[in-house]
Design a protein around this ligand. Structure first.
Ligand code: AVI
Length: 315
């Protein structure tokens, strides 16, 4: 069989507990992982096609252009492991050059993972697919029966930017342990640039990112029976230069109270709920972070405008 499924039975995140804990804090926050219900996933997909949101198309251009060099460095016959591999559009750009011995997508979303695994297996009949349903932030381990080969982890999209730097080091440390000595990490990292360009990427003219951010409150209303008035919150984006991150917030347009799970939360006019950080790095800053996790910089590829980087790191 060309596809093997391994269900590592991830525990679903506790929306109620995490939202209540985040709203009890000041400043208030809600973790960005809760953006991705069905509607949030659809909106994120639309974001990746926006003219202002340069990361997706820029990274795909880099991967396409440099696939032969990536293959030359890593060698063919590697075991390609993709945490978050439920949307393999980017891994596809690597398969022909890399000729991996197997592809191991890992994701917490069972349905997305299974669909993606079937599509890849249909499109690449020569490729073994070992799909693992797991919360890779908590359990990053290879499923049984994966063939031997140099292990190459692939983590595109600058998803690493949604971790704060200490959590990024902790996660990358588990990746270094997974791939082991001789293994690699190929990672997409968004670069520091003009704050106006960054803010536009997270505050597009069509309001798709605003809808994505506000959908979090819609989800909380639906799943937790809260009574957020969606007209009374605004999408807010700021580049925080001190921390080198784009922040997304939801700002209360007036003083208001919200009921959630029997608790009452009062918000001042202008008070915000912090919903996401997206850290941006200089190439050397990210290399320093990766070194803390046990990696050595091997190669870096940029687009011609130096907007985005694809970095190869070795253990
Ligand atoms: C998934 N992640 C890398 C995106 C980012 O750019 O931080 C999420 C996103 N949030 C708003 N736009 C896109």
């Amino acid at each position: 069989p060309r596809i093997q499924y391994h269900d590592l039975h991830p525990t679903p995140a506790d929306l109620a507990a995490e939202v209540l804990a985040g709203l009890r804090q000041k400043p208030r926050c809600i973790p960005p992982k809760f953006f991705y219900d069905a509607e949030g996933s659809r909106l994120f997909d639309a974001i990746t096609r926006l003219p202002e949101y340069y990361p997706t198309r820029t990274e795909m251009g880099i991967l396409q252009t440099h696939a032969p060099e990536i293959a030359a460095r890593v060698g063919t016959g590697a075991l390609l492991v993709e945490p978050g591999g439920a949307t393999p559009a980017k891994a596809r750009l690597l398969f022909d050059g890399l000729q991996p011995c197997a592809y191991v997508p890992m994701d917490i979303s069972r349905d997305h993972l299974w669909v993606a695994a079937e599509q890849v297996a249909a499109e690449y009949p020569w490729l073994e697919v070992h799909a693992a349903c797991t919360d890779f932030t908590r359990l990053l381990e290879l499923p049984p029966n994966t063939p031997p080969g140099v292990r190459v982890a692939f983590f595109p999209g600058s998803s690493i930017g949604n971790f704060n730097p200490d959590d990024a080091v902790a996660f990358l440390t588990t990746v270094a342990e997974l791939v082991g000595p001789g293994g690699y990490l190929l990672i997409g990292v968004d670069l520091k640039k003009d704050p106006e360009r960054l803010e536009a990427a997270y505050d597009d003219a069509d309001g798709v990112t605003a809808a994505f951010n506000l959908n979090l409150l819609r989800r909380i209303n639906r799943e937790l029976g809260a009574d957020f008035d969606l007209q009374a919150w605004r999408h807010q984006v700021r580049y925080n230069a001190e921390h080198g991150r784009v922040e997304m917030h939801l700002a209360s347009v007036r003083p208001q109270a919200v009921q959630l799970a029997g608790e009452r939360f009062e918000f001042d006019a202008g008070e915000t709920i912090h919903t996401e950080n997206s850290y941006k790095y200089h190439v050397d800053e990210f290399q320093a972070l990766a070194r803390r996790a046990g990696f050595w910089p091997d190669a870096v590829w940029l687009d011609p405008d130096a907007l985005f980087s694809v970095q190869l790191l070795a253990v």
